[in-house]
Structures are given as C-alpha cells and as structure tokens.
Design a protein around this ligand. Structure first.
Ligand code: PMP
Length: 441
C-alpha cells in the first residue's frame, strides 16, 4: 500500500529527510535512466543517486560483477585485509588516474562515504604539514562530518555548527554569474587567482599557514559551477610554489561525469590528494583518497574504520571504472553535454526565468531567477527558489526527477547516467521545457 509506506516513513524518520520530500515516489523497479514507482508510473531519473549512478540503475555489467562475488563464496566484509577484489579495484583505479599521480601515489580506503574520504584528506595533510588551517572555497560542499562540514560553504546547513573548532579560511570561488570578485570580463579569473595569492603572501592578511587547500573543479551542490581551467592552473601554481597540498574533491565530478575521466584532466593539473567516492563504487558505498606518496605521514592504525573493505562495492566499482573507460563514456558525456548546453540555451531564450545555463559534460545547471526583478550591475537577477521548486514539481508531474542546488536552492541540476541515449536526452529536454513554461504561468 503506497500511501501507507509513504506515511509510515514520514512519521518514523528524521525531520532532516530531503529527497523524500521532493519526490514522494516509491521506486520498485529501476533500469538505466528509468525508475518505476509502486503506482506504475515511469520516471526519468536525472538525480541518479545524487550523481552516483554513472551507468544508471542496475547496469548488467555492475550486476554481473556483484553476482560473481556473491557466487564465489568470498567474504563480503574484509576490513582492510588484502583480497583479490581490492587488488582488482586498485588496478582498475590506477589505470584511470592522471599519470603523474598514478606513478607515485598511495591509496587509502576510507569509511564508505564521500565525507569520510574528505575527512581523511584533511587529517592526512594536517599530519603531513603539522598545520591546522585549511583553505576552502565559498559555495563548496564536502560533506556532513565535522571537518568536511567546516570546509563547506553552505551556511544554511552549517549554521548550527558554524564554529565547530575547525580552522578554515574561505576564499572566493570563480562564480561568473554572480562574480564574487566584483569584476566581470575576461580578466576576472586572473584577478581571482591573484586575490588568493595576495591573501597567502600578505603577512597582514590574517590567514594562517595552511595544511591544505581543498576545492571542487566543478562545484556540484554549490550550484553546478565549473571553475575555468586557467584559474585552476593558477591555483595549482600558487599552492605548489608555497608547498600547500592541493586536495581536489572529485566525489561528484569523477568517473567521466564532466567529460574527462577526472575533472582535473581538463586543466591538466595534478593534485596532491584526490578525494573519490560516489560513482567509484558502481552504486555501492565506497570512498578512497589517492595521494602523493610524499604525504604518507601516517603510522599504522592512524586512520582506521570498520567499513573499508566492502568487496561488493570494490567489484561493482572496478566493473564501472573499466566500462566507463572501454566505452569512452567521458567523451560521450562531453559531446552530449555540449549539445544539451546548446539546447538549454535555446530554452533560456524562449522562457523568462533562466538566468544562467552552465555545466561541464553531464553535470548541468540552470539558475532560476526572478524575471520581474531588476538585474544587478553584472546583469544577474535575484535567485528565485520558489519558482525553482515549482519547476521541480512540474518536472515530477511529467515523470522527470531532478533536484535543486546552489546558494539559494534555485539551481536546477541535471546529473543523468553517462549511458543516457540521445532519445532519452530529448525526452528530458522536452519535459523540462514544458515544466519551465508551466511553472512560469
Ligand atoms: N564532496 C562532494 C563534492 C559531494 O558532492 C558530496 C556529496 N554530494 C560529498 C563530498 C559528500 O559525500 P557523501 O554524501 O557520500 O558523504
């Protein structure tokens, strides 16, 4: 009984539930982009496990890998003990990494979630440098545990813990539409990087010597904001010159999502630490950090955790990594992403409330604004979270699942599986277009 299931879960679960509020759907079957609800309705899932499902729901390659482990009688849980599954996953992962990092790195298997890997990265760099302060960026999202939370920029979720004892300095992220540098135009990114540099060199800036800098190459939860390659290269130069370890959080951008296997490959930079989760587990929980071996300052037992040996996740993950590489899904994400950006700009031109269209590969965002309000000096109108929520509802009515993000919860985010077909992408566009028009009325 659908209503009973929804009602019981609403009454028994925490008030912090989110997706369940946006999507009162009871999924009972899922394949690829498609999810079927208990009511028999079919939905196109452009949330896809918050970007976890690189190959969509229940991909045969992933299911086959999981079944092989189940049928083999191998232990499903192995702490951090050596196993064939772990060896295979590690080999598959190393094959995908930027060569400079792969050539001389260490891998640490973390607790199962992205936030655990962020936590490990922060702790590792603190141990290695003997420093506390962490440089992070406005609008960042790194997770919900204390350190990751402190390094995140979303005040709405952080507020109760805004001063949780972590030493974090926040720097402005290059958010072109609402340019935080106060300057528009072609030199904005250059000036943005200089601003970061000046905060680190000015002895009176008040910024403590950092243990690390952490950033997302494309901010996801912060509103789908790609950082320009030239900016990222400058940030790499600035941190390298000063011996500041650069942690790149690829929890959301990884495994082909942005059009390269890893988002750092667009700019060609090599980070000191890569933080990986979501898609690397092929829809099961898995998180690792990969870091330059020079940072390997931990003693045995310095960073433990019970759930570091999920054999099913390693098998599903290895199968996913290999499939993404073999089928050249990053290139597919890049070309389809370009087409979708073009089509979304057409939608922007024929509607009134889409202030900005942006993204990279199959990580796309539409910033919804109030079309009746006056634009600011840079041309941006105020964000319209209620209108964005209305569009999400209209999408759901038309069988399209997508979620909001961004500073004001006014950015519509598309994170479809990389396996989405052209025809499916057209259906997504049609439903979204109709939803925007309906919500504007
Ligand atoms: N970093 C980034 C960039 C993320 O997008 C997320 C999750 N949305 C996290 C970290 C945290 O991952 P998890 O929810 O698995 O803890």
């Amino acid at each position: 009984d659908l209503a009973a299931v929804l009602g019981r879960q609403r009454d028994r679960e925490s008030a912090a539930r989110t997706y369940a509020r946006s999507f009162p759907v009871v999924p009972v079957h899922a394949e690829g982009l498609r999810v079927t609800g208990a009511d028999g309705r079919e939905y196109l899932d452009c949330l896809a496990g918050a970007g976890t499902l690189a190959l969509g729901h229940n991909h045969p390659v992933v299911l086959g890998a999981i079944r092989r482990v189940l049928d083999s009688g191998a232990p499903l849980h192995a702490l951090d003990i050596s196993t064939p599954e772990k060896d295979d996953f590690t080999t598959a992962l190393l094959d995908t990494l930027p060569p400079e990092l792969a050539a001389d790195c260490r891998i640490h298997f973390c607790g199962p979630a992205g936030t655990d890997a962020v936590e490990a990265a922060l702790k590792l760099t603190r141990t290695a440098t003997g420093r506390q302060n962490v440089l992070a960026f406005t609008g960042a999202y790194h997770g919900m545990t204390a350190g990751a939370l402190a390094a995140s920029g979303n005040i709405a979720v952080r507020e109760p813990l805004a001063d949780n004892g972590f030493n974090v300095t926040r720097l402005p992220y290059p958010y072109d539409y609402r340019c935080p540098f106060g300057v528009g135009g072609p030199r904005a990114h250059e000036i943005g990087a200089r601003l970061v540099e000046s905060l680190l060199t000015d002895s009176h800036s008040g910024v403590l010597p950092p243990a690390a800098m952490i950033l997302e190459a494309v901010q996801g939860e912060g509103g789908v904001i790609p950082s320009p390659d030239s900016w990222l290269r400058e940030i790499r130069r600035i941190t390298a010159t000063r011996g500041i370890p650069l942690i790149v959080d690829e929890v959301q951008t990884g495994v082909g999502r942005t059009g390269e296997f890893w988002a750092v490959q667009h700019s060609g930079i090599t980070p000191d630490v890569l933080v990986l989760s979501k898609a690397i587990g092929g829809s099961l929980p898995l998180a690792v950090i990969v870091y330059r071996s020079t940072l390997d300052s931990w003693r045995p037992g310095a960073h433990t955790g019970t759930f570091r040996g999920n054999q099913l996740a390693m098998a599903a993950g290895a199968a996913t990594l290999r499939f993404v590489a073999a089928e050249q899904l990053p290139a597919r994400a890049a070309s389809l992403g370009e087409r979708l950006l073009t089509e979304l700009r057409v939608l922007q031109a024929r509607t009134h409330c889409i202030g900005d269209v942006r993204g990279r590969g199959l990580m796309l965002g539409l910033e919804i604004v109030d079309p009746t309000a006056a634009p600011d000096p840079l041309g941006a109108r105020p964000a319209a979270p209620e209108l964005a929520a209305a569009i999400r509802t209209e999408c759901l009515r038309r069988g399209l699942i997508l979620e909001l993000g961004g500073r004001a919860d006014a950015v519509i985010r598309l994170l479809p599986p990389l396996t989405i077909t052209d025809a499916e992408a057209d259906s997504v566009l049609n439903r979204l277009g109709e939803a925007v028009t309906a919500a504007e009325r």
